[in-house]
Design a protein around this ligand. Sequence first.
Ligand SMILES: Cc1ncc(COP(=O)(O)O)c(C=O)c1O
Length: 348
Amino acid sequence: MVRVRTSLAQLPAYVPGRKVPGAVVLASNESPYGLLPGVAATLTELAGGMSRYPDLSATALVQAIAGHHEVEPDRIAVGAGSSEVCGQLLHSVVGFGDEVVFGWRSFEAYPILTAVAGGVAVRVPLLDHALDLDAMAAAITDRTRLVFVCNPNNPTSTAVGERALLDFADRVPEDVLIVVDEAYREYADPALVPDALALLGDRPNVVVLRTFSKAYGLAGLRVGYCVAPPWIAAHVRKTQVPFSVSALAQEAAVVALGERAEVARRAALTVVERERVTLMLHALGFEVPDSQANFVWLPLADESADFAVHCLGGHVVVRPFLGEGVRVTIGLPQENEAFLDLAATWRG
Ligand SMILES: Cc1ncc(COP(=O)(O)O)c(C=O)c1O
């Protein structure tokens, strides 16, 4: 009998948001606005070239990302979504039995990818639905190799501010990699939520993770990246599955970066809707932590599963985390309205 790794036996599988045909899907934090106009045209144009391998080094994309952030290209490493880049970072620094610290609950891929890399997950409970950076710093031991700081945090939507992030970074030893995951950066208020690259980008142990899956509307094409010190980026490149970022994904991401104004316009629409949805939910008596992302968090605890079933009954798919809460992605105004109608009829 083939023996599988025991560390993987207890590992929960990643639970994706449900896809229910015909329903309003507010479960995966995707952009509701579809492809950016230039991206749609590019995809049609390139489809005929798919019998060829993509550029292994994603040269044009890496250059475009470097230009976007005004850094040298040797600081960029790409992957098939920032999920793959999370894994690449773990494979670069985590050895068997090494510890990886993150807040919990946070992005559900962190414990899975940590176990796959042979590491040990150290989950630090949230405080008032937000990362408890003091407790996270205190959880770092001699065995710790990497810390994920998800800012804003998925699924609770809250963000940590500049002072707290700086103080935290000062407390983390230089041989521990701090990965600031900014998947939802475009939806955050820059006056409240620091840009980790601007704040900490010159530190030798800080990496910033970004994705094209959310505000850039490319979730289905799978492309993400990190900005890191050059020698770390070099290792992250080595741990990428060869050719994992397809030619379509590379080209689409380059075009998407060129549509910065439209990306910002769409993100602003989502923020307006987020504030409206939050106000309405407050008026209905729901607790809703302040969101800096493209979703809101309803800490419904034991009622989470029932609430999700109630929404599904009205053909709206939300994302329950059993016993904890429900995450609801901000969609188009009419989709949010359908959700709010259901929230209003919850408990009669
Ligand atoms: C916090 C966070 N990081 C990373 C990702 C990964 O996104 P992707 O792999 O699509 O880039 C997600 C996706 O939901 C996320 O919520």
